[in-house]
Design a protein around this ligand. Structure first.
Ligand code: GDP
Ligand code: MG
Length: 593
């Protein structure tokens, strides 16, 4: 395809503003799929994506419109996947900015728009959902101009749901987004935008060709990993897979090259011709590192091998999570896993439970702490609270901090500021635009990883949005808080906390555990402790009657049923000394009140 006939664009939108619906409409209108083939939502094809309404993996679709090839790049919609987003944006020359006509501009939109502007994109505002009675397109135009600083006078008004404004969107893409630039005669340079594992094709790699041509039968070198591969297939998704002889400059498509693991195909890497290589790789390659760690243990110790296999399989398709074996006194054999963020953690955990049918215990998520040991004992990166050295061996301990931008309607501002304050936040900035406030805070990542996002949403009835980036490590007065059930430490529940919040956290934890652990035939003390010092304590009183007593000894089948039920319940419990703790308690106890 000649360069001047190509348009590459992505869609930026806050969750639920209509990105997927609009994408489906564009595909339908340009004839990529027949009415019958249009399943609910073509781009979101994973169950978890559908349920949560977010895109986890980037997808591209090649559309044809009035003699042009339009490549639509869908970008992941969550802060955890910021690097993938940046590479997808780098592969495009423009973007549609979809804003819900009733909701207006949100924080997530802002963060992505700024990135898009940094990539010099031509941005076309699309005001969607104009069919809603509460739609206020003029007000949203003003917001786009005042908050983002983009000219919205020629915004396209659409209803992706009712099919209004779809041709206008397609025409605007052709007319306003610049054609890509590239040199067909230069040595091949193609950016690796995304990769995933396909059971039939092996690893499929999405590329954006910058210079030169990539073709079937070519030997290509991956410049960051240093490996060479023979390309055995080149093509594009329309969204059906179509084979092509080659991809020239400016084009986006996929290749396969007999690669077995996605870890060999790093997002951001540069592909070049092995025989006639480019002098230097494309800028911007970065190796993504996991930031949140937790232990995953099978509820049933016999499932360990199954867990190992399942985790290995998932890892084939996701190079950004890490795992290594871990043993715990109480939980037995399991894995210490690293993730890009909490959503990423939840996705992996859910897939293990759903797709591989495993019952799992997840230990308290932790960030990576940096510890300097006393007497020149060196430095350690601490991934697991259980490995925390004795306090007298620690010279300093530092934790990662983030800068968060929160966007919230005025009426909820007070409770959001209090939440940030409670989480050791340091306010940087507070501005008002229209009826909304934008608060910028520095926060310790540790205070945010578990439930900050949920709290933010519930305190603001869903209206607040939040985006963050890491800003480095800072020293802190951090201590390890252990939980003892019936005098036995439960290592899965131990966590590293700031001394100033330890008591509140400890108290909340023992109170919740008191509710979550069933009563036994004896009294059970539950304690939170730092070192040997107990900082909070609750007691579960002993059970007085036999469970079966309320059957009046009469009905034998009923009695047996009750006992069976009890036994079943037991399968999902862990024994600590002589105390059984239900599986749900592990996660529930970690949610802060
Ligand atoms: P995404 O999260 O940005 O991908 O949003 P979706 O495309 O999944 O849309 C979120 C919700 O808004 C879904 O329930 C859609 O049916 C609905 N929606 C999308 N576009 C429109 C529209 O133009 N009008 C109305 N009324 N609803 C829409
Ligand atoms: Mg979507």
């Amino acid at each position: 395809t000649p360069l001047d006939k190509i348009r590459n664009f992505s869609i930026i939108a806050h969750i639920d503003h209509g990105k997927s619906t609009l994408a489906d409409r564009l595909i339908q209108r340009t004839g990529g799929l027949s009415e019958r083939e249009m399943s609910a939502q073509v781009l979101d094809n994973m169950d978890i994506e559908k349920e949560r309404g977010i895109t986890i993996k980037a997808q591209t679709v090649r559309l044809e419109w009035k003699g042009h090839v339009l490549n639509l790049m869908d970008t992941p919609g969550h802060v955890d996947f910021a690097y993938e987003v940046s590479r997808s944006l780098a592969a495009c020359e423009g973007a549609l900015l979809v804003v819900d006509a009733a909701q207006g501009v949100e924080a997530q939109t802002l963060a992505n728009v700024y990135q898009s502007i940094e990539h010099d994109h031509e941005i076309i505002p699309v005001i969607n959902k104009i069919d809603l009675p509460s739609a206020e397109p003029e007000k949203v135009k003003t917001e786009i101009e005042e908050i983002i600083g983009l000219d919205a006078s020629n915004a396209v008004l659409s209803s992706a749901k009712s099919g209004i404004g779809i041709d206008e969107v397609l025409d605007a893409i052709v007319e306003r987004i610049p054609a890509p630039k590239g040199d067909p005669d230069a040595p091949l340079k193609a950016m690796l935008v995304d990769s995933w594992y396909d059971p039939y094709l092996g690893v499929v790699i999405l590329v954006r060709v910058i210079d030169g041509t990539i073709r079937k039968g070519q030997q290509v070198k991956f410049m960051a990993t240093g490996t060479t591969h023979l390309i055995d297939r080149v093509g594009a998704f329309t969204p059906k897979l179509e084979n092509l002889p080659d991809l020239g400059p400016g084009e986006i498509g996929f290749i396969t090259a007999q690669i077995k693991e996605v870890a060999q195909a790093r997002v951001g890497d540069t592909l070049t011709d092995a025989k006639k290589p480019a002098a230097e790789p494309l800028p911007g390659f970065k190796e993504v590192q996991p930031v949140v760690f937790c232990g995953l243990f099978p509820v049933d110790a016999a499932d360990f091998e199954k867990l190992r296999e399942s985790i290995s399989k998932l890892r084939l398709n996701d190079a950004s999570f890490s795992f290594e074996m871990e043993t715990s006194a109480a939980l037995g054999f399991g894995f210490r896993c690293g993730f890009l963020g909490l959503l990423h953690l939840e996705i992996i955990q859910e897939r293990l439970m759903r797709e591989y049918d495993l019952d799992l215990i997840t230990t308290a998520p932790s960030v990576v702490y940096q510890i300097e040991l006393t007497h020149g004992g060196g430095h350690i990166d601490l991934h697991n609270p259980a490995d925390m050295p004795e306090p007298n061996k620690i010279e300093t301990i530092s934790e990662p901090w983030i800068q968060a931008v929160i966007y919230v309607p005025d009426e909820y501002l007070g409770s959001i500021l209090k939440l940030c304050q409670d989480r050791r936040g340091i306010q940087q900035n507070l501005t008002y635009v229209g009826g909304r406030a934008q608060a910028t805070y520095e926060l310790p990542l540790n205070e945010v990883v578990f439930d900050f996002y949920d709290r933010l949403k519930s305190l603001s009835k869903g209206y607040a949005s939040f985006d963050y980036e890491q800003i480095g490590y800072r020293e802190g007065d951090l201590v390890k808080m252990g939980i003892l059930v019936n005098e036995e430490p439960v290592d899965a529940l131990s966590m590293i906390v700031h001394r100033s919040t330890a008591e509140t956290r400890g108290r909340g934890m023992v109170e919740r555990l008191k509710e979550l652990i069933p009563r036994h035939m004896f009294k059970i003390p539950i304690q939170a402790a730092i070192g040997g010092k107990v900082i909070a304590r609750e007691t579960i009183s002993a059970l007085r009657k036999d469970v079966t007593a309320k059957c009046y000894g009469g009905d034998a089948t009923r009695k047996r049923k009750l006992l069976d039920k009890q036994k079943k319940g037991k399968a999902k419990m862990r024994e600590y000394g002589s105390v059984s703790i239900p599986q749900e308690a592990f996660i529930a106890a970690l949610r802060m009140g």
